[in-house]
Write a protein that binds this ligand. Structure first.
Ligand code: ADP
Ligand code: CIR
Length: 423
């Protein structure tokens, strides 16, 4: 295609030049011939115009096809940290590690500069790194390994991941009336085998990935059957409402932006959901798939079981990137392993005022506290997003069980503090 456009443009240019030269020579010739030449000249100009247009289109095509350039800009040496940089990236990217890794590339051409771009550009990053492909985790292992070890509670280089959606949970409290638990959501991230991750794909791959995922999703049945809504063409109002209602990812996340994960937005992005919006799939956000099961109230069993069925059906249609050491491969090292975040939006107005106790309970159960509008959001509504922080080296069932146990202890504490406040 590119070659054809190029040939066409070159032909048009030659034709236009020839017509111009001809026109000069014939100035002394007769009027009929002059008119004929003038016609050629017009054709030449028009051909040159279209040729130029084709060249511009070719250029754009090239930019889109070849957009694997470093997301973080040019390689400009060891990062200049500020007092605000407190990420694991800063902790583990010593000048020695930097020197060792700075000229390495993965088999898809991903570089150290791309890996660290987000954490350098965003001093408030907690982690600060993103992988561009599965290979990134080994080629840049001197940086990723200690980050993985610290984040996933000591998971070492010889660690093996295991997966289990089948073991039944012991989670009798359902809080169906939402006295404390407003809603429960469990998501897993997945990426396609045989492709780079989001920060490493080019435009063609991005579109192919979307196509493969949508084909897989369209084969889902029963309560998982639904429809895919591409982001391109979705009205601003619809997108804003879906995001506000906690169903759709937000646009313009600066951490993802700096990592190169928002390139060509909104191309290739979209959301699939069933009629009730209890089963949803995000396409080509931070990971190529975020498979989500959610509903109001606290019936974690039902949410987990629905997710297990969905993953089971989908992996028969789509081959996901997985290895025995790191489990499901994800863009961010915090998501490796199960790539699962099981969360509740929970009302804890008394406990959350006692920040120390709240955090101590979260730490005891390896839970993370977030604001309810997604990561890096905070408000003082007394409702918090509490989820498992570890995802690697433990099974899905173990992590959901741990989240449930921790939440029950938090709710018991909330009741205690509420009763005390009355006296
Ligand atoms: P991720 O789940 O991919 O880590 P975020 O923290 O950005 O990403 O959350 C994505 C969206 O999911 C946000 O709109 C958030 O409010 C919503 N969400 C997360 N947990 C729950 C929950 N338990 N109930 C309802 N919405 C939730
Ligand atoms: C950061 O480094 O803060 C962002 N890139 C997000 C990291 C993943 N989330 C997390 O630790 N909770």
């Amino acid at each position: 295609m590119k070659r054809t456009v190029f040939r066409f443009a070159r032909g048009a240019r030659r034709f236009a030049t020839a017509a111009k030269q001809d026109a000069k020579v014939e100035s002394a010739a007769d009027a009929a011939s002059a008119a004929k030449k003038a016609k050629y000249r017009r054709w030449g100009k028009s051909a040159a115009f279209w040729g130029l247009g084709a060249l511009v289109a070719w250029d754009i095509n090239l930019v889109l096809a070849d957009d694997k350039k470093p997301a973080g800009g040019k390689a400009d040496g060891y990062p200049k940290w500020t007092d605000k940089h407190k990420s694991l990236l800063r902790k583990y990217l010593t000048p020695e590690v930097y020197e060792k890794l700075k000229d390495k590339k993965t088999k898809y051409g991903f570089t150290l500069q791309q890996v660290i771009a987000s954490g350098v550009a965003n001093p408030d990053s907690n982690i600060g790194v993103y992988a561009g492909d599965e290979d990134s985790y080994t080629v840049f292992g001197d940086l990723f390994d200690p980050i993985i070890k610290e984040y996933h509670d000591g998971f070492g280089k010889d660690g093996k991941h295991k997966t289990d959606f089948k073991t039944a949970l012991k989670a009798p409290e359902k809080d169906e009336k939402s006295e404390f638990i407003v809603s429960t959501r469990i998501r897993v991230g997945r990426n396609l085998a045989g492709y780079p991750l989001g920060a490493g794909v080019n435009h063609k791959e991005l579109m192919e990935i979307e196509k493969k995922i949508v084909e897989g999703l369209n084969g889902l049945e029963g309560d998982l059957a639904g429809k895919y809504y591409p982001l391109k063409g979705m009205s601003k109002e619809d997108a804003t409402q879906l995001t506000k209602d906690h169903f759709l990812f937000k646009e313009g996340d600066r951490f993802l932006e700096a990592a190169g994960l928002n390139r060509a937005w909104p191309d290739g992005r979209g959301i699939y959901h069933n009629k009730d919006k209890t089963f949803l799939v995000w396409v080509n956000e931070e990971d190529q798939l975020r498979i989500i099961s959610m509903q109001n109230g606290g019936d974690v069993n039902q949410v987990f079981q629905r997710l297990g069925r969905a993953v089971d059906q989908l992996q028969k249609k789509i081959k996901f990137s997985y290895n025995d050491h790191l489990g499901y491969i994800s863009s961010c090292p915090t998501n490796l392993g199960t790539a699962m975040r099981a969360s509740v939006h929970v009302k804890l107005p008394h406990l959350s005022k006692d920040k120390k106790t709240f955090q101590a309970l979260a730490d005891k159960h390896h839970l993370q506290i977030r604001g309810i509008h997604g990561e890096h959001t905070e408000d003082d509504s007394g409702v918090y997003d509490v989820s498992n922080s570890r995802r690697l080296g433990f099974t899905e069932a173990e992590l959901v069980q741990g989240m449930y146990n921790g939440i029950q202890e938090m709710i018991a504490k909330e009741k205690e503090l509420k009763a005390k406040a009355k006296h």
